[in-house]
Ligand binder design. Structure first.
Ligand code: NAD
Length: 299
């Protein structure tokens, strides 16, 4: 498959920069989204416009989806007008959305029955990683399909084969436990410090130099204390991930007590109408309980 044509479905916060990086690497990309704005943006960057899922699938050798949630992927991949119903023999389908591992397994099985290849390949690294092409890509599927997909993954980030179909989504669930729990921990630490009268910007700076330093503090610490909660990664999507995680805990018989509290904190954000906030905006749920707003001190 030399220089395959790539169909990219789902041109949101992540899909747009990922498409642009594929274009920069010299691939022909056909973009499609439910909303024209995403298509127009990637067409301006050199992509071709798709008119439907079926249209993109029929015109492409590799089809990538980057959609919000499990039902979206079920509809787009498995629906009557979807990718699997229209995929050409020999094509490769890669779902890079974060969805349920069992759906990823189902897609892998169906692909096998149809004689095509599929990979689950969710990512970590956020909108910044998508823009810089430095995503961590967690892949589930066969070795052969993984090898075939490596040149396509390369402009978007670093891919690692984690195991069979669904394994990429399992590893992504593990990732989202750590990210969610860390955000909640940072939120509690800053809320405590701020209510006790310390400048939260100072706390971020000092903690970033010690054992507590982490990606959340490094990438988002200043944005949290500046109260910039523009997404990034939306609370409603992290809540979706926490639901996937809790279902995985049920399926595999693993108590996830810390995760269950973080699940409920994200649920609080949805109930409060703040699902569109960046996930670092979770601090507002902690602040409410403490009766304080965490803000950096004036210079
Ligand atoms: P988003 O909501 O910004 O983008 C999703 C896009 O999919 C939207 O443009 C939407 O219109 C489109 N879409 C939905 N249904 C469609 C359909 N039937 N046909 C065509 N297009 C359709 O979401 P995002 O932030 O880009 O996230 C996408 C996925 O990546 C999610 O599963 C998310 O959990 C995961 N993810 C996001 C981030 C992040 O920082 N934003 C990081 C890692 C992983």
């Amino acid at each position: 498959m030399s220089n395959p044509t790539i169909g990219f479905i789902g041109l949101g916060i992540m899909g747009r920069p990922m498409t642009k990086n594929l274009l920069k690497a010299g691939f022909t990309v056909i973009g499609y989204d439910l909303f024209p704005a995403g298509i127009e943006e990637v067409v301006a960057a050199g992509a071709k416009a798709g008119t439907s899922i079926a249209d993109v699938t029929k015109r492409s050798d590799v089809i990538i989806t980057m959609l919000p949630d499990t039902p979206d992927v079920e509809k787009v991949a498995l629906g009557p007008d979807g990718v699997m119903a229209n995929i050409k023999p020999g094509s490769l389908y890669i779902d890079m959305s974060t969805v349920s591992p069992t759906v990823a397994e189902q897609i892998g099985k169906l692909a096998g029955e149809k004689g095509v290849e599929a990979l689950d390949a969710p990512v970590s690294g956020g909108d910044v990683g998508a823009q810089k092409g430095t995503l961590s890509i967690m892949v589930g599927g066969t070795e052969a399909a993984f090898e075939r997909a490596l040149p396509v993954f390369a402009p978007m980030g670093k891919a690692t084969l984690c195991g069979k179909h669904g394994a990429g989504q399992v590893v992504k669930a593990c990732n989202q436990i750590l990210v969610g729990v860390t955000i909640a921990g940072v939120a509690e630490a800053l809320t405590l410090g701020a209510k006790a009268g310390v400048d939260p910007a100072k706390i971020v700076q000092v903690l970033g130099g010690g054992l507590a330093r982490c990606g959340i503090l490094e990438n988002r610490g200043q944005r949290i204390v500046s109260r910039d909660f523009n997404p990034g990664f939306r609370c409603r999507l992290h809540y979706k991930d926490m639901r996937i995680i809790m279902a995985a805990g049920q399926a595999y018989g693993v108590p996830l007590m810390v995760s269950s509290i973080v699940h409920d904190l994200f649920k609080r954000m949805i109930v409060a109408g703040r699902g569109e906030y960046d996930h670092t905006g979770l601090i507002t749920a902690v602040e409410e309980m403490a009766g304080i707003e965490v803000k950096k001190h004036e210079e």
